[in-house]
Design a protein around this ligand. Sequence first.
Ligand code: BGC
Length: 630
Amino acid sequence: MRRLLLRKNQTPLSVCLFAFFICGGASGLYLMGFFESVPSLADAKWHDTSLTTEERIDDLIAHMTLAEKIGQMALVEKNSVAAGDVARYGIGGMLSGAGAKPATNTSEGWVTMIAGFQSEARTSRLGIPLLYGADAVHGHALVPGATVFPHQIGLGATGDAALVEQIAAATAANLQATGVNWNYAPNLDLPQDIRWGRTYEAFSNDPLLVRRLGAAYVRGLQSTTTGGHIPVLATLKHYAGLGAMRWGTSLNTNFQIDQAVTPVDMPALEESYLPPFASAIDAGALSVMVGLNTWDGKRLITNRALIDGELKTKLGFKGFVVSDWYGVYEGRTNLFAATVEAVNAGVDLVMLPFDYKTFVRNVSLANRLGFVSTARIDDAVRRILRAKFALGLFDVPVASNAATPLLTQHETLARTAVAESLVLLKNEHHTLPITPAVRHIRVAGSAADNVGQQSGAWTVEWQGIDGNWLAHGTSILAGIKARTPKNTFLEYNASGTFSTKREADLGIAVVGETPYAEGWGDSAYPILRNDDLTAIKNLQATCKKVVVIIVSGRPLLIANEVGSWDALVAAWLPGTAGEGVADVLFGDKKVMGTLPLPWPKTSEQVPLTLDGKTADGTEVLFPRYFGLAY
Ligand code: BGC
């Protein structure tokens, strides 16, 4: 709970006070390594590129003090670090939680900000560069001007691994252009309850499809550049079983299903939930994020059998495990015990994300008292360094503002993705595609002229922003307008109120959900808004036929309404390339998408099973992989 209330950019005072009382004064300094003897750097060899990576890592670790090692295990939110502390603590990673932007939110602003942190890291005794992470989960959408691609659920509807790979590569290019070397994507959750506010962040609830698309995303994001270095590091999240969380069991009192209990046993995890991770690891992933769920009666983050056992030992994962936002501490009062349990379970890099000082002291203390072994700390540091070497951070100079390319627009790619992601669920009376015989079109609905709504959350702000506030991007309405033949009369009114009752040939209702992220999107009844239902009715009263386009992060409960609609298209959260919708409506491109998860009729049908069935065994409205064509 605290994580979300504190989010973004505040340092929790209670945590600082606790830290002060737990380890004060000189003992704190001792524990932070101030009195530790410093290995000489005279014979340091880790910059020697003729050595193997593992030899370079061995050498670097041999030259590190305990305090320097523990510093590498800290991942700090960018507004929470005090001046000079990046170098003083030898911090391993920093992040912009969604919405934590530079003062000037442009690619130059990002480069300047991150280059500043990187330069400071270089001034530490060892000069180890930082990992800098961000949630570019549908393109580098935190920066205005970057193309916003469909959220992952839309990519799941395309089923197109080559397309996903291209989108990930485009995202990497823009991350590089801003100095971000680590992306918190892809999401490999398998959502089974459409009431969950994170349904849209996942590709599908079919483990096989998620395996295919997750691995493609990793390949695209990490496609090797010259020098054999990975341009941007992928993160597989969230480990493990988040999609199976049960309604009403959240440990966060604001939520119902986010951060809840995953009631799935080990054989089921092994059979269905871990294979997508295995495939993405095979594709080269070097970072895995542990989720905020509870499993087997305890926070999953403390589960050694799952993190150290299944992931590192059985799947042979050689990269590092990172905790989620405040994830080690969430729901815990004893921060020392929470830290010890998570590190011993196998967490290597801790997304604190605020109070690194307490963390450093706690791990030092735990090591001194024998709760956390030096071997475990060395293993964590080795894994973090392995990723840093793979990124070439030791060998490539830090990007400076002058040397860095600007963001690239990828609207054509995004437009293709949008068109491929649309799923035609109903098409009666030859409503679609729109033919030249259609001479009068009326458009209505909250999502028709709303790039913010069609982009969804994780767009500049964590929760997204409703409305047309982005300087770029094409609304679905603008795409339709641009494609409508000159001799066809097109009218738009959000509520569907038109001055004349004369019947138009076609009504297009673009309706859906306002943006939400994480538990704030948990909803007992994911249904259409009243104003959108009114807009549809108004169109039905004044148009011969009506097609409804749903812009949403999940299937909505529409069983009571769909019968009266002539056609229905699921558009998911398409992003900035709204033209892609018109491409399909007018038949310029084939309609190809299929449902990446079943579309239930009622909330009694959830949770859906991984094989596409319902909880109560009844028929869904539209089954998984359903999609009409024309
Ligand atoms: C989310 C992660 C995200 C992280 C960093 C958390 O709240 O659960 O998916 O990567 O924040 O912003």
